[in-house]
Design a protein around this ligand. Structure first.
Ligand code: TXE
Length: 498
């Protein structure tokens, strides 16, 4: 199938963006990039070593310390970011297809992500010119004011589940704030970030302001987290890696923001709109193959409607058509890699061994079209108790654990009984119950009678071990700004202290 993106992929050399130039790894190393729906190699990209990352960090450092970037106005930065948004929109079809072929998600989801990525650049383009400090006059003979300044060189490490969107979430606020960036996409899904590098380059950013390096976490990523020349590291990924990054960042006490995993409760009360809750429970668990940090992977259901809700979900599960994300009608693609599917499948075994009842899925789909890919059927476990590993650990795949509760108080206790605190959903027709529940839930993102919608204008991030800091919205740019106080003496007389 020679489609738009496939032709572009073949035509354009895939190189890293370092210091304003498209370059290979210094030692020429390459990595195969795989279509997880077929197992086929679809591209080869540079495999950055620590030395390549050092080169990118040096380019960023020079751009920040002595390049023209520091003297650009917020309006000039805004115009560049608007150009990136336009560039993404101009390439939207190719980017969406590339995302599907590299990551596996269904095309409709990839199209949504691409549109959202463009909107994210646009949002921060608009915000760039609205960064202001405060002015105070305390004591009476002084004028004190606050100026906001960019943090400096930002190292940005992103995962494979939303490759282009995560690049946008990281780059857009940092550039709006006046920072310079070294972005490292996941080694599994580098292709859309490398396309974005071309869009950014064409927009006309000064050399070294945006650097995009492709390489493994343990070497290239670790270097970025450790580098004493990096002022801030921003990471989205697993909690285990997040902990390593936080430790690596202590060398020069760089600023750290972390967006990590979740084991998010989705609570259905008996008074919920039944059909909406059924749809919401399935979408919460299975969108993007369940490879979502905010997935509603724990479904807490009131005992009185539990049987009916589970039956209604099981009736709808066959509508979740598996296949290559480019095939029309497909609602669930493959998992991102063979290794990740192994990890997710292990939880099927664990769930069964723990005594949970497997209602559907848990298998690789049969059929020639699935042979080379890393597919797994949507899986629902019922009779899950809160102590089971499938109720406590982030699986990051299409596995839903259903837990029954009897009272609102019990539901909220189970919901909060987790090391994580990223997201939570509540389904109820009572506004007071919904708001009461949200107030009790220890999570950074909450939904009432919906699940998953999120907006560039609103903050994203977690409580507890789901991370540190917030992305998006006004909070997102804060993470890339320093705060400086300036004090001006309005009294000309000497201090005469001594
Ligand atoms: O992610 P990693 P993995 C969760 C999910 C998944 C688990 C592991 O539960 O099963 O994490 O997935 C880079 N220093 N999430 O191993 O390792 C790596 O190259 C610096 C949740 O694939 O977190 C990639 O760019 N960087 C999640 C990025 O970290 C390192 C999204 C993410 O990879 C590094 C993905 C190191 N030592 C997985 N090791 C979410 N919050 O959305 C790896 N990396």
């Amino acid at each position: 199938m020679k489609t738009l993106a496939a032709k572009k992929t073949a035509a354009k050399a895939r190189l890293m963006l370092i210091g304003g130039e498209f370059v290979p790894a210094a030692d020429g190393a390459l990595r195969d990039v795989i279509d997880p729906a077929t197992g086929a190699v679809i591209a080869r990209v540079p495999e950055a070593s620590r030395a390549d990352v050092r080169r990118a960090v040096d380019a960023a450092r020079a751009a920040f310390d002595s390049g023209p970037w520091r003297s650009t106005t917020a309006l000039e930065r805004a115009k560049l970011l608007f150009k990136v948004a336009d560039g993404i929109r101009a390439e939207a079809a190719a980017l969406a297809e590339l995302e599907v072929r590299n990551m596996g998600k269904p095309l409709a989801e990839a199209e949504y992500d691409v549109a959202d990525a463009a909107n994210c650049f646009e949002f921060y383009a608009g915000l760039a010119t609205k960064v202001h400090g405060e002015t105070m006059s305390v004591p009476a003979n002084s004028l004190s004011f606050v100026v906001r300044e960019p943090v400096g060189v930002a190292g940005q490490i992103i995962p494979w589940n939303y490759p282009l969107l995560m690049a946008a979430w990281k780059l857009a606020p940092a550039l709006a704030a006046g920072c310079v960036c070294v972005l490292k996409p996941s080694e599994l899904t580098p292709l859309t970030a490398l396309e974005l590098a071309h869009i950014i380059h064409a927009a006309g950013f000064p050399p070294g302001v945006v650097n995009i390096v492709t390489g493994p976490g343990a070497g290239a990523g670790q270097e970025l987290a450790e580098s004493p020349k990096v002022d801030k590291v921003a990471f989205t990924g697993g909690t285990v890696t997040g902990r390593k990054i936080a430790i690596a960042a202590t060398g020069n006490l760089k600023k750290v923001t972390l967006e990590l995993g979740g084991k998010n409760p989705n609570i259905v009360f008996a008074d919920a709109d039944f059909e909406a809750a059924v749809d919401g429970a399935l979408f919460a668990a299975f969108a993007n193959q369940g490879e979502v940090c905010s997935a509603g992977s724990r479904l807490l259901v009131d005992k009185r409607i539990h049987k009916a809700l589970v039956e209604a979900m099981l009736k709808k599960v066959p509508r979740i058509k598996l296949g290559h994300g480019m095939t029309p009608g497909v609602k669930m693609g493959p998992l991102v890699s063979a290794a990740h599917r192994d990890k997710v499948e292990e939880y099927v075994r664990i769930g069964k061994a723990e005594g949970a009842k497997l209602l559907c899925g848990g298998r690789r789909p049969a059929g020639k079209e699935f042979a080379g890919g890393f597919f797994l059927e949507p899986t629902i476990f019922d009779g899950v108790s809160p102590a089971m590993r499938i109720a406590r650990e982030e699986i990051f795949g299409p596995i839903l654990s259903v837990i029954e509760f009897e009272t609102e108080e019990e539901a909220l206790r189970i919901a909060n009984d987790t090391d994580y605190g990223l997201a939570a959903g509540v389904w109820t027709s009572s506004i007071t119950r919904g708001l009461r529940a949200v107030r009790a839930l220890r999570a950074g993102i909450t939904w009432i009678n919906t699940y998953h919608p999120t907006f560039n204008e609103m903050p994203w991030g977690g409580y507890k071990q789901s991370g540190n800091g917030r992305e998006l919205g006004l909070y997102g740019i804060e993470a890339y700004l320093e705060t400086k106080q300036v004090n001006v003496n309005l009294d000309e007389a000497p201090l005469a202290w001594y």
